[in-house]
Ligand binder design. Structure first.
Ligand code: DLZ
Length: 152
């Protein structure tokens, strides 16, 4: 985890089934987020990992819902939404955050939130876990999802 007050987490996810649901917009940033999530799950010893790609972040909640219905112990959601000149940004961000939160609370299955909501691509790249990035939000989201399963 990174940022002021962020915890240091050590997690043992051996035996867990984790599904990574990932949007496809903003390819370079998405590649970084996916790589970070894979590293975090590897560090936690998670062997049963399934990746599902959907077109955009708006589609993440339904993909996560299917993953939960299929028996996932945790879901990691990854996406990148970059503000444009219309209210579309707000609708996509709201749909993704509300849908993922409601799914997690209703089912009791942790959903790691690795959806970047940024003003521009530079902000997103700085959080993508790529060489030169300041933060690694894909890693953090996956680690948080596994840590929450273990804690519960
Ligand atoms: C339409 C759209 C736009 C404008 N921007 C993004 C974005 O920055 N990030 C993202 O993940 N998805 C975007 N989308 C696509 C929507 O999430 C969704 O896939 C479409 O509205 C089709 O349902």
């Amino acid at each position: 985890m990174s940022g002021a007050g962020a915890p240091t987490l050590t997690v043992d996810g051996r035996g867990l089934r984790v599904v990574v649901v990932a949007a496809s917009w903003h390819t370079q940033v998405m590649d970084g987020l996916l790589d970070g999530a894979r590293r975090a799950l590897g560090d936690a010893g998670v062997e049963k990992v399934t990746e599902v790609r959907v077109p955009g972040s708006f589609e993440l909640p339904v993909a996560a819902s299917r993953a939960v219905a299929a028996g996932a112990d945790a879901v990691v959601s990854l996406g990148v939404v970059i503000r444009g000149g219309t209210p579309h940004f707000d609708y996509v961000c709201s749909a993704a955050t509300t849908g993922l939160t409601e799914l997690s609370v209703r089912t009791g299955v942790p959903v790691g939130f690795g959806v970047l909501t940024c003003d521009d691509e530079a902000q997103a790249l700085d959080r993508a876990g790529l060489p030169g990035s300041g933060e690694d939000k894909g890693y953090e989201a996956a680690q948080a999802a596994v840590a929450t399963v273990v804690a519960l």
